[in-house]
Design a binder for this molecule. Structure first.
Ligand code: HEM
Ligand SMILES: CC(C)=CCC/C(C)=C/CC/C(C)=C/COP(=O)(O)OP(=O)(O)O
Length: 318
């Protein structure tokens, strides 16, 4: 087991807080919340109770933080061996695994209570299932054993979209599952682009990420495949589900076109790490803007503006 001297040094209160904060891998959480919010706005047809929004996003934050913290406890051995993750609080000895687990359980309990009391039981149960799936299916079962680890495990990252929908409607629908599918299909291009950049790190610790096991060519082909599935999937919200309108359709098409273009470049240059990095960074902006377009599209103001423009066009034509 990893023991370092760092834990024996005195840490100031703010350093301790900082370490617990880092344990939650906070940089990923805002995007998870953006998918939750996009889902909530579509579910609420442009009108979301601010208190429900606040509670759901807080509950979602705490659940994701709990999941990431348990993942840090479980993966502390490989995190120690990888350059990118070596300085995390557990491998560097700033927090003890037992304390991290207590912290994670506390986060999960608060999240569950908050969501149950102020949203509903379905939203709370979904958030908890996100934690369980991420830990059991991704971290424990697949991460160290399958090249498909992030395809199947990626379902955990798509659960926040279901949480958002459930919080507003108390149930799940086809649209909710489609939002889930969008994040699910987006995850392989998102992660494999990154894995192409840092494959050596994964190879070092024996994690069977696709580029390590199957090579760059096979990985870019998979990225290309999932990107080609992703873009039409995003458009199913417009037709046949009719959950979003013209504003979303136009933005989803433009963003999707650029995603396909970038994936195409990578497909023809599998060894180019700059292109891989470009696609990874774009995948994040893509999801952010796609969800933002869901929100804008659902607003009553947008609907009014569109009917004004449509009637003007009608006048011009007739
Ligand atoms: C199993 C699925 C996923 C895997 C394996 C994965 C893996 C990763 C990894 C390893 C990083 C780099 C983090 C670092 O440098 O410490 C990253 C970054 C990121 N991921 Fe994912 N990810 C997954 C799904 C998601 C999902 C579902 C979202 C949100 C919807 C997301 C959002 C982000 C964001 C925003 C970053 C950038 C963080 C930064 O600014 O450094 N990821 N991902
Ligand atoms: C509703 C709910 C609670 C959902 C939780 C979903 C969740 C925490 C998704 C995160 C996915 C993710 C960023 C994985 C990082 O992979 P990794 O752990 O392999 O990354 P690493 O190599 O940086 O450790």
């Amino acid at each position: 087991m990893i023991e370092t001297n760092v834990s024996k040094h005195h840490q100031t209160f703010s350093q301790v807080i900082q370490s617990y904060y880092q344990l939650t891998k906070p940089r990923i959480i805002p995007l998870l919340l953006i998918t939750t919010a996009g889902s909530m706005w579509i579910a609420g047809e442009g009108k979301v109770d601010p208190l429900l929004l606040l509670v759901t996003l807080t509950g979602g934050t705490l659940a994701a933080a709990s999941a990431q913290t348990i993942n840090c406890v479980y993966d502390r051995d490989i995190d120690y061996d990888m350059e990118r993750t070596r300085h995390r609080p557990l491998p560097s000895g700033r927090i003890q695994p037992r304390d991290a687990l207590i912290f994670a359980i506390a986060l999960a309990v608060i999240s569950f209570s908050l969501l149950t009391v102020f949203a509903n039981l379905l939203a709370a149960m979904l958030a908890m299932s996100g934690i369980v799936f991420y830990i059991l299916v991704y971290t424990h079962w697949l991460k160290r054993s399958s090249t498909q680890n992030i395809v199947i495990g990626g379902a955990a990252g798509a659960i926040p979209a279901l949480v958002g929908w459930a919080a507003v409607t108390g149930t799940l629908s086809w649209v909710a599952w489609l939002l889930f599918a969008i994040v699910f299909v987006w995850t392989p291009p998102h992660f494999w682009a990154l894995a192409l950049m840092i494959r050596d790190d994964y190879a070092k610790v024996g994690i069977p990420m696709l580029p390590v096991v199957a090579g760059n060519e096979a990985t870019v082909r998979q990225i290309w495949f999932y990107t080609l599935v992703l873009v039409p999937t995003t458009l199913l919200l417009v037709y046949p589900l009719q959950a979003t309108g013209i504003v979303y359709a136009a933005i989803a098409l433009a963003l999707g076109g650029l995603f396909i273009l970038k994936a195409w470049h990578l497909l023809h240059n599998p060894g180019d790490r700059t292109l891989a990095k470009d696609l990874f960074l774009y995948s994040i902006s893509y999801m952010m803007l796609l969800c933002l377009s869901m929100v804008i599209d659902s607003l009553p103001l947008t609907h009014r503006l569109i009917s004004v423009v449509a009637s003007q066009l009608h006048l011009v034509v007739s």
